[in-house]
Design a protein around this ligand. Structure first.
Ligand SMILES: Nc1nc2c(ncn2[C@@H]2O[C@H](COP(=O)(O)OP(=O)(O)OP(=O)(O)O)[C@@H](O)[C@H]2O)c(=O)[nH]1
Ligand SMILES: [Mg+2]
Length: 222
């Protein structure tokens, strides 16, 4: 079994080494490759390259200079896939790599497996999440934890797929592709942590940008 693991990074110098260390530990004995798509201005890229080299982690590290956006980075990563199975995971350890293998197991019956977060959020975030889900459900017809930052999938169905969302709604676009093509989607419940190091890339205006982007996605205007 071969795994290609897409990791979008933006100024994650405080997390990347710990992330790669945990990833390697959890995937002991598995043939995997870290595909890191880095848009950082800090030394995330150098740290990742050095750690992979010193610890014999197969890798493809792309440092993009003039491009940005998590969706756009994931799209660059999708083009690099050549393993049977793919993973998309954040670098800040909010999603523990220990969940990757149990999720991959579920690909025997599914084409895409989404992690579903068991939430311990404050009430206002629970409410925001609830309305977000209802809105997505209304427009696209699915009621999943779309924004969870760990997903695993078979790579074959994505051969000719291209993400058009550059930012935070790429998850919905990816899921919509599997959903509309009647591919099987499975779920795996996880506990998730809050970010330990570094800063969130979410800004105050991000929910508004997401709202507009969801409507653009619905209208296929990207
Ligand atoms: N390449 C790339 N990666 C990005 C970009 N924005 C965010 N990321 C990465 O995408 C992942 C998720 O970003 P976060 O800032 O953790 O977003 P979040 O998890 O919703 O927010 P927090 O809960 O505050 O951590 C992290 O690995 C980021 O480094 C970007 O513009 N380019
Ligand atoms: Mg995060």
């Amino acid at each position: 079994m071969k795994l290609d693991i897409i990791v979008p990074t933006f100024n994650e110098s405080e997390s990347i080494v710990e992330f790669l260390k945990v990833l390697k530990e959890e995937l002991k004995g598995i043939d995997f490759r870290a595909i890191i798509i880095d848009d950082s201005a800090d030394n995330t890229c150098e740290l990742a390259k050095k750690y992979c080299k010193n610890n014999k982690i197969k890798n493809k590290i792309i440092h993009r200079i003039n491009e940005k956006g998590k969706g756009s980075a994931v799209n660059t990563g999708l083009k690099e896939l050549n393993a049977e199975y793919g993973v998309i995971i954040d670098a800040d350890l909010e999603y523990h790599p220990k969940y990757i293998l149990p999720m991959i197991k579920l690909l025997n019956k599914n084409d895409l497996v989404l992690s579903t977060r068991l939430r311990r959020d404050p009430v206002y975030r629970k409410l925001l999440g609830y309305f977000f889900k209802q809105f997505v459900n209304l427009l696209f017809g699915f009621n999943f934890d779309t924004q969870s930052g760990l997903k695993v999938f078979k790579t074959k169905p994505l051969k000719n797929f291209e993400l058009r969302s550059k930012n935070w709604v790429f998850d919905i676009e990816l899921i919509r592709y599997f959903f509309n093509n009647k591919l099987n989607i499975g779920f795996y419940k996880i506990n998730y942590n809050t970010r330990k190091h570094g800063k969130s890339k979410i800004k105050l205006f991000t929910p508004f940008q997401m709202f507009v982007d969801i409507i653009i996605l619905k209208l296929n205007f990207f």
